[in-house]
Design a protein around this ligand. Structure first.
Ligand SMILES: [Zn+2]
Length: 218
């Protein structure tokens, strides 16, 4: 019963996200093909960028640090991210590819800019030089240059195995988030306090075993 309820919640969460940006099925074959090509690359680079964090709560911490790096603002228009966004609504700020994928850019530290969805929609595949003023480009450069250090992280499995709570706090995850990750099964970044037991135990009593042996085909 509980599991079913949880599954429904997870499904809702998944569906909430899937509604954000459906591909336009009416798009022409060429652009759809190109969209598919870049979606593969984007997924691969996403895994490379966020994979090292291992846990959702650490990944989210580093994403938050990225936006803080930009003062939680859109670099282009200065729009401030709302402190509290509506549940299920996508965040207003996104990580924009400074040099777009279409021009050979990657989803990687040194090429990421905090933009609001509106400015991101205006920029699309444009070359940075066509979108930003010279003054903006100069102001942006140090924010790009410092990103390698900003994203640097190496997961310490020994520390994690030794004491999950202490490790997450040491990494910099907020106390209430750590608590939810360890104790709240409905939390999106839930990992639990201990290693989950994987596997099942089967018990068969002697009488049943005898019955099975007696009935096996000759
Ligand atoms: Zn903006």
């Amino acid at each position: 019963m509980f599991r079913t309820f949880r599954t429904v919640k997870l499904l809702r969460r998944f569906m909430g996200f899937s509604q954000l940006g459906p591909l336009n099925a009416e798009g022409d074959a060429m652009s759809r093909k190109s969209l598919e090509k870049y979606s593969g690359q984007r997924n691969k680079e996403k895994r490379e960028l966020f994979g090292p964090y291992q846990l959702r709560v650490i990944e989210d911490l580093y994403k938050r640090r990225f936006f803080e790096h930009f003062g939680n603002r859109c670099f282009k228009c200065g729009m401030l991210e709302k402190a509290r966004q509506e549940i299920g609504a996508p965040p207003n700020l996104c990580m924009d590819h400074h040099l777009p994928m279409a021009l050979g850019g990657h989803l990687a530290p040194g090429n990421l800019v905090s933009l609001c969805r509106k400015c991101n929609g205006l920029k699309l595949d444009r070359d940075p030089a066509d979108f930003y003023t010279q003054e903006e480009l100069e102001r942006l450069q140090p924010l790009l240059d410092s990103q390698k250090r900003l994203f640097a992280f190496s997961f310490d499995w020994d520390q994690w195995t030794h004491d999950r709570e202490t490790y997450l706090l040491a990494v910099g995850v907020d106390q209430d988030v750590v608590h939810a990750a360890l104790h709240d099964e409905d939390f999106v970044g839930y990992v639990g306090k201990e290693e989950k037991q994987i596997g099942i135990t089967i018990t068969i009593d002697d009488a049943l075993l005898q019955q099975i042996l007696d009935n096996r085909p000759q």
